[in-house]
Each structure stands twice: as C-alpha cells, then as structure tokens.
Ligand binder design. Structure first.
Ligand SMILES: [Zn+2]
Length: 270
C-alpha cells in the first residue's frame, strides 16, 4: 500500500534520524523477511555499518551504507519502518530491529509479512527493472508519450506498471486520472496529446501534494515517527464510491480494472 508519497515521507523522516548512525546490533526475529547476497549473513554484514544516506526509489526505502552496500526495504501492504527509543512500545509484528549507537532503534514491522529487507552489494543493479521516477527530470512529456503510444493496455494499468513509472500505486493512479479527466479504462495509446499532457501534469501534481501532506493513511501507513499522513482528507475519488464528484457532482463509481478496485467519475472522466 505505501506508494511514492508515503515512502518519500518515511525516508525523509529516516534521513533526519538515522543518517550518520552506526548499526550496533541486528535482531532478526522472522528470518524469511530478510534477504542478503549469497555468502553474506544479513545481521553479521550490517553490524558496524554506518548509514550515510536515506533515499527512495519507486516504492522502496533505501538506506545507503558506508561500505557501498545498501539496505533496501519494500513495505508492500502493511510494512512499517519506525525509529524509536529502545524503551518505547513496539508495533505489532516487529520482525527486524536495528540498534543504532546512541540513536535509538529502527524497527521493521509488518503484520501481513509481504514486505522484505534486502541487503544489496555495492554496485548491485537491484533496481534495473524499475521505470522512470515521475518526480525526476527524466519524466518528460516525450518519455511519457513514448510509454503510451501504440499500447492497448488500459491507461490505469500502465500507470501501475512499475517497470514503466516507479512509485505509482492504486491511490495515486485513480487520483491522477480523475484530475486529468481521463477514464481509467481508456487504451493508453488512444490518449490525445493534450490528454497525455494533462495526465503527466496530474501525476506530478498529485504526488507532490500528497508528499506535502505527508502521505495518505487509509490503511496501516505511518511515517518514521509512527504518525499518520493527511492526504486521505484530500482524496477526490479513491475510496469514495457512491459519493458526489467534487468537480461535477456526478456519482463516483467503483469498478474493477486489472484486478484492482478503481474509482472514477463517469460524467467527467472521458
Ligand atoms: Zn465528475
């Protein structure tokens, strides 16, 4: 569930709290949630490492380590990364605890256990299958047109494809399509040039606004301080089935597209 704005909010919170910290102890309570390169033991390899940066790639939180390795966390549905004092109460299903010298503990919890912490070797191309970052200068109008052109896939399914654009999930795909007044089932290649332009602007706009609001908490998402986001109050369509469209007053529909609940307005999305 955490998408680009939620993971961005988490890593900004982590950056303030863990950058510069040395990992003193690693407690892995559920071994299957951690992955390490062959021949490297996760906990042993991390002990003594210093965290030099926290960043995001797609929906992944990346802690860059002084050795050149990186600790990459995918939160999937219900994963949480929270920094706390050792004495503070733990969230349920805490699977990994990193003790940071003089800086508290970094806890990875995940009720549904789909999330993973992965240690990657220096220069390992772990993200080679991820597409363009939508808030980067690489996400140009030309690049976006190239992605859509000739494709019969519903435009919403294309927005969710992490190999093309990294970080957009169900919430922001629905919201961006509403903002751009585009029907989610439209074949990607059928979008006119102005519609493509509107959609690209809408993707950037909705992601930026959600980051400003520290993400959307409709599920389990909390930031690195354990606090909820605020964008759930600004959603236009996601989860608003049967309620009036904020733009035209029409009724918001919920349909299923590419196995995902999809919310949209029949009257103003074409
Ligand atoms: Zn409408």
């Amino acid at each position: 569930m955490p998408e680009l704005p939620e993971v961005e909010t988490i890593v900004r919170g982590l950056a303030a709290k863990v950058v510069g910290a040395t990992i003193d102890r690693v407690d892995v309570r559920l071994p299957r949630v951690v992955v390490a390169p062959d021949g490297m033991r996760f906990g042993k390899a991390l002990c003594g490492e210093r965290i030099v940066a926290a960043r995001r790639r797609g929906k992944y939180a990346v802690l860059q380590l002084a050795s050149g390795r990186a600790l990459v966390t995918s939160l999937r549905m219900t994963g949480r990364l929270v920094v706390a004092q050792p004495a503070a109460a733990e969230l349920p299903a805490t699977h990994v605890v990193l003790s940071l010298r003089g800086r508290g503990v970094l806890r990875f919890s995940d009720v549904r256990t789909f999330g993973r912490m992965r240690l990657v070797a220096a220069r390992e191309a772990w993200d080679r299958d991820l597409g363009v970052e939508p808030l980067s200068s690489d996400f140009t109008q030309e690049a976006f047109i190239g992605m859509l052109s000739g494709r019969t896939t519903p435009v919403k399914a294309l927005l969710l494809d992490q190999r093309r654009i990294a970080g957009i999930g169900n919430i922001y795909a629905c919201e961006a399509l509403w903002e751009a007044r585009i029907r989610p089932s439209r074949p990607a290649g059928s979008l006119t040039k102005p519609a493509t332009h509107r959609l690209r602007r809408a993707i950037i706009d909705v992601l930026q606004r959600a980051i400003e609001m520290r993400g959307t908490s409709v599920d389990d998402y909390v930031d690195a301080d354990g606090l909820q986001g605020g964008f759930q109050n600004d959603l236009s369509v996601y989860g608003r089935g049967g309620r009036p469209c904020r733009r035209c007053g029409g009724s918001i529909l919920r349909t299923v597209l590419a196995q995902r609940g999809t919310w949209w307005c029949r009257r103003c999305q074409r």
